[in-house]
Design a protein around this ligand. Structure first.
Ligand SMILES: Nc1ncnc2c1ncn2[C@@H]1O[C@H](COP(=O)(O)OP(=O)(O)O)[C@@H](O)[C@H]1O
Ligand SMILES: [Mg+2]
Length: 339
């Protein structure tokens, strides 16, 4: 006798439920992504798609009172579109931008990639070809962005919103350290004014190891909310500052970070000079100013021990009180204090 099937159970009535039951289709998985403070970021996986959904918050997820307008999500969307066009291998692809919801959707990095910061701090084994090799690729990527957007009128017109830069960088970094250190306030205010007034090229604005995802066969730069048409020196100094902080925090690895800083600058310079762009100036002072901001600004580097923070402060104040140092000089001083 043959079985009589209820037509309500027919696979074609609810094919998705049927395919889930038969394990022929996987239900989407949603995983919150930690590490950021300025938005809600989720990974949504429904094989083969892997997408990242990011909604900008107006109040940042930090202890202090730190607000920024959520419209910066659309700045991030525009920067992703522009830079994915220039370096598709090294930036996510924008999939969707929702102006009303301050939300963007982009492609995700491969599942086994890690924030470079966790690798540099030794929290995870290094999956890359080494710190210097990663830094060199980053130098080429940043150099390419700067070279291709150099004094471009369309870039200046599209990335002319300076509120995120003011709210997320100049006020909590430069403003806070100028108030805390009157003896260098004039210099810091001057550096801040330079960042606010120059229109060299597109600036990432948060070019830090936290915003670089690395894997065995590549890297991806993320987090373009503070992108603006501005001073080329800012992204250079930002990365130098992060490498310098790691060198002072982990003195036994200081030579590794110093070599990475050199490889980064060398690769960056090679791209810019091939495009015959003017050299980037005052990297030394800007690096010193950012070092001071990461100990006495609104967002201090969480991993520094008090004695290291004191050494960073002393070094940064010294550098800011003297003539603009060559970046090599800054590194020589970092190596002295790390030994
Ligand atoms: N495209 C992506 N692929 C994989 N992980 C990502 C991607 N974008 C963001 N993330 C993860 O989410 C975290 C927060 O995203 P990010 O854009 O840096 O936000 P925030 O502005 O809050 O710092 C990152 O540190 C990273 O771990
Ligand atoms: Mg981030």
């Amino acid at each position: 006798m043959s079985t009589v099937y209820d037509p309500h159970d027919a696979p074609t009535r609810d094919p998705v439920a049927y395919l889930y039951r038969k394990a022929l289709l996987q239900p989407p998985q949603v995983v919150p992504l930690s590490g950021g403070v300025s938005g809600e970021t989720l990974l949504v996986e429904a094989a083969p798609a892997r997408l990242v959904l990011k909604r900008a918050l107006s109040r940042l997820l930090v202890a202090g009172d730190w607000t920024a307008k959520p419209e910066r999500a659309m700045t991030e969307a525009a920067a992703l579109e522009l830079l994915h066009g220039l370096t598709p291998e090294y930036t996510p692809q924008l999939v969707h931008a929702d102006r009303e919801q301050h939300t963007i959707v982009m492609t995700a990095a491969p599942a086994d990639w890690l924030p470079w910061k966790t690798v540099l701090l030794g929290e995870e084994p290094d999956p890359t070809h080494g710190t210097a090799a990663t830094a060199e690729v980053l130098g080429t990527v940043l150099g390419t962005w700067q070279d291709r957007t150099w004094e471009a009128p369309q870039v200046a017109a599209r990335f002319d919103d300076y509120e995120a830069l003011d709210q997320l960088r100049l006020s909590p970094y430069h403003g806070a350290v100028a108030a805390a250190h009157p003896q260098v306030a004039e210099r810091v205010v001057d550096l801040s004014a330079e960042l606010r007034s120059r229109r060299d090229c597109l600036v990432h604005g948060d070019f830090s190891p936290k915003n670089v995802l690395v894997g065995p066969d590549g890297l991806m730069v993320i987090d373009f909310e503070v992108a603006h048409a501005g001073a080329a020196v800012f992204d250079l100094a930002f990365l130098q500052c992060h490498l310098a902080l790691k060198a002072m925090h982990l003195p036994h690895r200081a030579p590794e970070f110093a070599a990475a800083a050199e490889h980064f600058l060398h690769a960056h310079r090679a791209v810019l000079t091939s495009g015959r762009r003017p050299p980037v100036e005052r990297t030394g002072w800007h690096t010193a100013c950012l070092l001071l901001a990461r100990v006495d600004g609104l967002s201090p580097a969480g991993y520094l021990r008090p004695a290291t923070a004191a050494a960073v402060r002393a070094l940064a104040l010294d550098l800011l009180r003297a003539d603009d140092p060559a970046i090599e000089e800054v590194w020589a001083k970092i190596m002295e204090s790390a030994c």
